[in-house]
Design a protein around this ligand. Structure first.
Ligand code: NAD
Ligand code: LMR
Length: 329
């Protein structure tokens, strides 16, 4: 059930870009928050992207969406985040072929401090934030660290795309529908170091580990999911758009309305769970309870899982040091 009284103010940054365009029409049609929740859209772009956002706003008008109360396009963060309750931070540069997401740290990191500060100053008290722009985990950390008055767990980063990719790979391998699969977790960073974990996953109620061999899991499944972003860039020539927008919709929809599965994967500031250092924005198994993400506790981890999680968390700690060195925290 939605936790909002309507209409809800939603801010989208990078609204003139690719993911922005894929998101806007799904937000306007009620897929983000629910089929009965009217939305006010506030679109933030840099001057170079304003025309794209304005064009999309014209098309939104032409869509005559019953749930869309208003659309405002601006290049001023104070205006875009004014009174916002849901902020989708997409605006930033995507990587190209041969780049790792961490290569974007300096270029994109600088965007998220000022946006975090603007959220702190102007957003509504129930603000929730999802960072999509890469490197998403550390950008979320930067934004969160500039918003001292906002409870830190309201800042999340998107690993739902990785989660969905894992579901897709398992469904294909087991020739079952995606809806039959449950209990998958993405741990750590939205990067090649992430750990897609099926230790607790089931397909139609049967443990996935009884249905696939270890060799396939370690040599094909894990690397395929972890490197899927690069695979998409190689095949289509630019980074994922439709699947990224879809995962963003899933993330916010489930945050507000509750997830359909036992849990899903969300990157959020660690409270020390599973040995992840406090404050690092790391992906965990999470369930939405009364509109708040809670890390699922008590899952048993074998030595392989522990070492894979530790490796990805070590990368997050290095990224934190790097952005500290750049003066972004
Ligand atoms: N977390 C994920 O799963 C995931 C998946 C796919 C893409 N991404 C990331 O999402 C980001 C956007 O991808 P895209 O394909 O839409 O790129 P894009 O280049 O098509 O669009 C980005 C838009 O952001 C705008 N922008 C840049 N700086 C801004 C700022 N300070 N404020 C507001 N807007 C700003 C640009 O003008 C542009 O219109 C990239 O960083 C990409 O790597 C993340
Ligand atoms: O891989 C990228 O650079 C884009 C995105 O993070 C993805 O996972 O597709």
């Amino acid at each position: 059930m939605s936790t909002f009284s309507s209409p809800v103010t939603v801010t989208l940054t990078g609204a003139g870009g690719q993911i922005g365009y894929a998101l806007l029409f799904r937000i306007a049609s009620g897929q983000l928050l629910g089929p009965d929740v009217p939305v006010r859209l506030q679109l933030l772009e840099i001057p170079a992207g304003i025309a794209g956002a304005e064009g999309a706003a014209l098309e939104l008008e032409d869509g005559a969406f019953p749930l869309l109360d208003s659309v405002e396009v601006t290049d001023r963060a104070a205006r875009a985040f004014n009174g916002t309750q849901m902020a989708l931070l997409v605006g930033s540069r995507p990587r190209g072929p041969g780049m790792e997401r961490a290569d974007l740290l300096a270029a994109n990191g600088a965007i998220f401090g000022p946006q975090g500060a603007a959220i702190n100053e102007h957003a509504a008290s129930d603000i929730r934030v999802v960072v999509v722009g890469n490197p998403a985990n550390t950008n979320a950390l930067i934004a969160q660290s500039h918003a001292p008055d906002v409870p830190r767990e309201r800042f999340t980063a998107l690993t739902r795309l990785d989660h969905n990719r894992a579901l897709g790979q398992l469904a294909a391998r087991l020739t079952v529908p995606v809806r039959d699969i449950d209990g998958v977790t993405i741990w750590g960073n939205h990067s090649a170091s992430q750990y897609p974990d099926v230790s607790h996953a089931t397909a139609g109620g049967t443990p996935v580990r009884d249905l696939v061999d270890e060799e396939w899991l370690t040599r094909e499944f894990i690397p395929r999911v972890a490197n899927r972003g690069a695979e998409i860039i190689e095949v289509r020539g630019s980074s994922s758009v439709g699947s990224a927008a879809s995962a963003t919709i899933d993330h916010v929809h489930d945050w507000v309305n509750g997830q359909r599965s036992r849990w899903t994967s969300v990157a959020l500031p660690s409270d020390g769970s599973y040995g992840v250092p406090d404050g690092l924005v790391s992906s965990f198994p999470a369930e939405s309870v009364d509109g708040q993400w809670r890390i699922v506790q008590g899952l048993e981890l074998d030595e392989f899982s522990k070492s894979r999680i530790a490796a990805s968390v070590a990368e997050l700690a290095t990224e934190r040091e790097q952005v500290q060195g750049l003066g972004l925290l």
